[in-house]
Design a protein around this ligand. Structure first.
Ligand code: ATP
Ligand code: MG
Length: 227
């Protein structure tokens, strides 16, 4: 199965920064596993994600994807393997159908609807005026935050990437939507390599590997039981 990501003694410094942001970080994330990244603000969580996606190149050590140093993979080919569900869910002006289809542009209407069902989004979409053809405005002020998240999850399910990067939302959504989001995420993560910047204890508990960052060092590494 594809999707193994290895950090091998990774050290990283932003170009203009004085000191290392990450120092000698090593871990392996495998398909079917969830790696939760936790730590206080500024500890380096997003930086790890930036390196995996090669928005920056490591200063020392290497990031490997299925055994290949990612500097040897074209950025475009690398990023094709990723699906992202970020805090600021990214929707554009267009119908709900178009927004989900963005995950895979050649998908048929039926495939889009399948993905929405899988993401528990179909039920609320059908309740909206216009259903799948409802226009979302840029601020997406006409749907709730939780619904927005379900739409981006549907989009990621449709894209079916090997690796998922999730920046768990901290915003409060109603309990029912929350349950759907959790269930949809679980389903989406099955058989994939998942990285979650985690805020919820329930996510952390279920993770296969937890990285606890402090000022760019992994201060603890293991499962919830081990820590
Ligand atoms: P948060 O929980 O607030 O999202 P984080 O753990 O994701 O924090 P990072 O964004 O990885 O933290 O930042 C780690 C450190 O790197 C911080 O000290 C931050 O100021 C610094 N940093 C982040 N991005 C850059 C950049 N583009 N240039 C220089 N320094 C940066
Ligand atoms: Mg961050």
């Amino acid at each position: 199965m594809r999707g193994t990501v290895e950090f091998r003694n990774v050290t990283f410094k932003y170009e203009k920064a004085e000191k290392n942001i990450l120092t000698d970080i090593s871990f392996t994330a495998r398909p079917g596993e969830t790696t939760a990244i936790i730590g206080s603000t500024g500890s380096g969580k997003s930086t790890i994600i930036n390196l995996i996606l090669r928005f920056y190149d490591v200063t020392g050590g290497a990031v490997l994807m299925d055994g290949t140093d990612i500097t040897e993979i074209k950025r475009k080919d690398l990023r094709k393997q990723f699906g992202m569900v970020l805090q600021d869910t990214w929707l554009f002006n267009g119908t709900i159908m178009e927004n989900i289809r963005y995950g895979r542009l050649d998908a048929t209407d039926d495939e889009v609807i399948e993905a929405a069902k899988s993401a528990y989004a179909d039920y609320f979409i059908r309740g909206l005026p216009g259903g799948y053809n409802m226009e979302i405005n840029e601020e997406a002020s006409n749907i709730s935050q939780g619904q927005m998240q379900l739409l981006t999850i549907a989009r990621a399910i449709l894209a079916s990437p090997h690796i998922l990067v999730l920046d768990e939302a901290t915003s409060s959504v109603d309990t029912r939507t929350e349950v759907y989001i959790q269930k949809a995420m679980k389903k989406m993560m099955r058989n994939k390599t998942s990285f979650i910047i985690a805020h919820r204890l329930s996510t952390i508990k279920d993770a296969d590997l937890i990285l606890v960052l402090k000022e760019g060092d992994i201060v603890e590494k293991g499962t919830h039981q081990e820590l």
